[in-house]
Design a protein around this ligand. Structure first.
Ligand code: FAD
Length: 348
């Protein structure tokens, strides 16, 4: 029996693969339509013309936080500046250097996913069957965000483009949303000479990272994981509200409604919840794991309790693991899930 299967070869699946290899787990099969683990990230970052990562030195795919991207840059530039900036939490690697790092790791790692979209994860004795591809004892489902979100009232409006799809700017642009993509799009459209207004439901929160730092510490995380289902769902809703770092801010007039702009850029992120991911939707329908508010209730190690025992593991990675770790949709979160998953695979 093949031991480990990873469904989804994006940055979360790739980080898990590298971590498994580092811990000596060799028998790993990855299923992904794309051979480039950064493909989805690359396309979206390019669409919003993102130049710098929001994450800091530890926003990378290596199994351990240190040495991170600041050390890599210090080595290549022979300068201490990245290290000093990192010590002050002010280091932001460029997207280009991050992608260079992913390419280096991919080439050196023997990464060769099976080019296949997995339609079904079916629990069987001692493991999980993946689409007739065999039975895997330990499976990580890391299928990323289930599609782009466009507010209902704007669907079908010919002026609409989503921020994460390739686009240029018209003469007048209305940016809908209040997160980092929206802030980036205000800048981009202004730089392109457009008149720009912002439509947003709430005042944006200014914060350097996606999630407040306390929730990245052991103690903060333990408090989060100790919350009951409803309290946790409510807190998660609050933590995932749009935010961006103060330095990304530019002043643009705020409107209540989409006005007569030539173009409407929806910087409204992704759809949320297992129902929008066909693989998770089928899994929930067939195996009925506990769910709340669109989340599959995973344990602190991102495993699905009703489908995980001494013999087998079903874990969720990326955005679907935010129930366990609010920043699971970041590179730090990919590492958190990767370690928990790899520990189980190594010891069982
Ligand atoms: C614009 C942008 C900027 C970001 N910047 C940062 C940052 O600075 N720092 C940071 O830490 N994080 C950042 N993130 C968040 C995060 O790092 C990325 O979203 C990252 O791509 C998430 O990786 P993932 O593997 O979970 O999902 P994805 O990269 O989306 O990969 C999912 C993969 O699974 C595949 N898949 C889906 N369904 C199936 C199936 N049924 N069978 C097989 N394969 C399947 C998809 O084709 C895809 O290849 C950013 C995100 C965006 C959108």
């Amino acid at each position: 029996m093949t031991r480990v299967g990873i469904v989804g070869g994006g940055l979360s699946g790739f980080t898990a693969y590298l971590t498994l290899k580092r811990l000596g787990v060799e028998d790993v099969t990855v299923f992904s339509l794309d051979g480039d683990p950064a493909a989805a990230f690359r396309a979206r970052a390019r669409a919003i013309r993102q130049t710098h990562m929001r994450s800091e030195s530890d926003g990378h795919c290596l199994p351990s936080s240190f040495p991170g991207l600041a050390v890599r840059e210090a080595r290549t530039t022979r300068s201490l500046r990245p290290l000093v900036a990192s010590a002050c939490d002010r280091y932001r690697p460029t997207v280009e250097s991050f992608l260079g790092h992913v390419d280096e790791l991919r080439r050196a790692s023997g990464w060769a996913p099976v080019p296949r979209r997995v339609e079904r994860v079916r629990a069987v004795d001692g493991g999980f069957e993946l689409d007739g591809q065999g039975v895997f004892r330990h499976v990580l489902v890391a299928t990323g965000h289930p599609g782009l979100e466009v507010p209902e009232e704007l669907r079908g409006d010919p002026r609409v483009v989503h921020a994460y799809e390739p686009h240029d700017y018209a003469e007048s642009v209305c940016v809908v949303g209040a997160g980092l993509a929206a802030a980036t799009e205000w800048r981009n459209a202004l730089a392109a000479g457009a008149r720009v207004v912002s439509v947003r439901r709430r005042e944006p929160t200014h914060r350097p990272l996606n999630v407040p730092r306390p929730y990245l510490s052991k103690r903060g995380l333990a408090r989060y994981q100790a919350l009951g289902a409803e309290a946790r769902a409510a807190l998660l809703e609050e933590l995932l509200a749009p935010s961006y770092p103060r330095e990304a801010h530019v002043d643009v007039p705020v409107e209540r409604r989409v006005n007569g702009a030539d173009q409407v850029v929806c910087a409204t992120g992704f759809r949320r919840g297992w129902r929008h991911d066909p693989l998770l939707a089928r899994l929930v329908e067939e195996h009925e794991p506990a769910t709340v508010n669109g989340w599959v209730e995973v344990a602190a190690d991102a495993t699905v309790p009703s489908l995980t025992d001494r013999e087998r593991t079903l874990a969720l990675g990326g955005v679907a693991a935010q129930w366990a770790y609010p920043a699971a949709d970041t590179l730090m979160g990919a590492r958190y899930v990767a370690h928990a998953f790899a520990r189980r695979c190594r010891t069982r």
